[in-house]
Design a protein around this ligand. Structure first.
Ligand code: HAM
Length: 419
């Protein structure tokens, strides 16, 4: 019988990788709470219509990446590919418009049927924020500052650059679409198949095509910035001025349009040069029309999401977790006592491990292996006398300590002093 394996593009997360994920989530949760974001958990399963109506029917996600299926009752469901649409659905369904301005954050697994490679998985994990109900550029600045602070606290800013653009308001895009299509039609023969099929439905996406032929056509294309309405221009100027005041460095990238239909005005990506082609670590933008398009009240929004898996691969080495105390009971009676003693030490806040099997040497070896700072050797005779032997594993020094004093001694003895 062949061995069962994880589904392609999905992974078991454990030990170092899982610790990295936990550390990133804990850091980001702490930071977003400083900004007043409150957690929301939406289901992983959503109705297919949610994504078909919000992401755009020419987006990569909708055309080729959705885990879409009929359940046993015949309903069309999707394993969520991203978090913004679900938050917008919840906003409408739960009547949250009373609560604006509203700041929500979320984390959890997302699913996209992509070709797996380093930094790109079919089940990956996002952490995201959405600020709902504020149409001012200050909201864009607040979410950008929040994302920047998380990357800074994680110590990964060194290899990361913020790319920023505006795709303007509806009127700017309508004007630009005509100008762009007129230009692209003059160079139609040089465009890739993908871009040709986007020419009618979503020509802006051609701007961020990776195809070399498309890129040389795009290099001399008219700029979206020349088609902006005065309002859209003023909005973007306010974002740029604010970023300078906040001392957040950025690069304006004329061709950054993002792959999802719900965006308007500010779009951005924090990218790294350390992960090969999977370079976007934190990305987002403004989505003023999304909630209305889904049938809700007119509610502007801006937010981002980062890939936890990608950041975990960038993270410097984690600082070691606290060293445990290893209990080494010898004999059955001592093993019973060790269970109770371990509970006492844990009540005192000490991370405690019990060596369950093998002779003294084997149990001491395990204490070493788990990086314990002290081994507490419990023999039945000594137990009767109310004492244990403590071996400080850093120095090799061994001493007898009364059971009544053990908790205090182990707590007082700083981890570094035992090394
Ligand atoms: P997105 O750019 O599709 O945006 O994804 C955000 C981040 O998720 C990416 O920058 C990347 O770090 C990570 N990511 C995406 N796909 C994968 C994958 N297959 N494997 C590993 N990591 C991946 C959104 O999802 C928007 N909902 C962001 C947003 C929030 N916009 C406004 N609010």
């Amino acid at each position: 019988m062949s061995q069962l394996q994880t589904v392609r593009g999905t992974r078991d997360l454990f030990q170092d990788t899982n610790q990295r994920h936990r550390f990133i989530e804990a850091t980001a949760s702490r930071v977003v709470e400083l900004y007043g974001f409150d957690e929301i958990q939406t289901p992983i399963l959503e109705p297919a219509g949610l994504f078909l109506r919000s992401l755009g029917d020419t987006s990569d996600i909708v055309t080729k990446q959705m885990y879409l299926f009929k359940d046993l009752g015949g309903d069309e469901l999707v394993l969520r590919p991203e978090g913004t649409a679900g938050v917008a659905r919840a906003f409408i369904q739960e009547g949250m418009s009373q609560l604006t301005p509203l700041k929500l954050f979320y984390r959890g697994p997302m699913f996209r049927y992509e070709r797996p490679q380093k930094g790109r998985y079919r089940q990956f994990h996002q952490f995201g924020v959405e600020l709902l109900g504020v149409e001012k550029p200050q909201a864009d600045l607040e979410v950008l500052a929040c994302g920047y602070r998380i990357l800074k606290e994680l110590g990964v800013l060194g290899s990361i650059t913020l790319h920023l653009n505006t795709i303007g308001d509806e009127a700017s895009r309508t004007t630009y679409r005509d100008v762009l299509v007129a230009y692209l039609n003059t160079r139609k023969s040089e465009l890739s198949q993908d871009s040709l099929s986007r020419l009618e439905k979503n020509p802006l996406r051609i701007l961020d095509s990776k195809d070399p032929g498309d890129r040389s056509v795009v290099a001399s294309a008219p700029k979206l910035s020349d088609s902006l309405t005065p309002e859209a221009k003023a909005f973007f100027t306010a974002v740029l001025t604010g970023l300078k005041a906040l001392e957040i460095p950025f690069i304006i990238d004329d061709n950054l349009v993002r792959g999802l239909d719900y965006y308007c005005h500010t779009v951005f990506e924090f990218t790294t040069d350390a992960l090969g082609s999977q370079n976007a670590v934190l990305a987002g933008g403004r989505f003023d029309g999304l909630i209305k398009d889904l049938g809700g009240p007119e509610t502007p929004g801006v937010g981002w999401a980062f890939g936890i898996d990608r950041l975990a691969e960038l993270l410097p080495n984690l600082t070691a977790s606290p060293q445990p105390i290893a209990l080494v009971p010898l004999g059955e009676e001592a093993e019973q006592a060790a269970l109770l003693l371990a509970e006492k030490l844990r009540t005192a806040g000490l991370k405690t491990d019990i060596g369950y099997s093998g002779n003294l040497a084997k149990r001491m070896k395990r204490a070493d292996k788990i990086g314990a700072r002290a081994a507490v050797i419990i023999g039945s005779n000594e137990l009767a006398a109310g004492i244990v032997q403590v071996k400080w594993l850093g120095t090799g020094v061994q001493e007898s300590i009364a059971l009544s004093e053990l908790g205090t001694r182990l707590t007082q003895f700083p981890a570094s002093a035992s090394k």
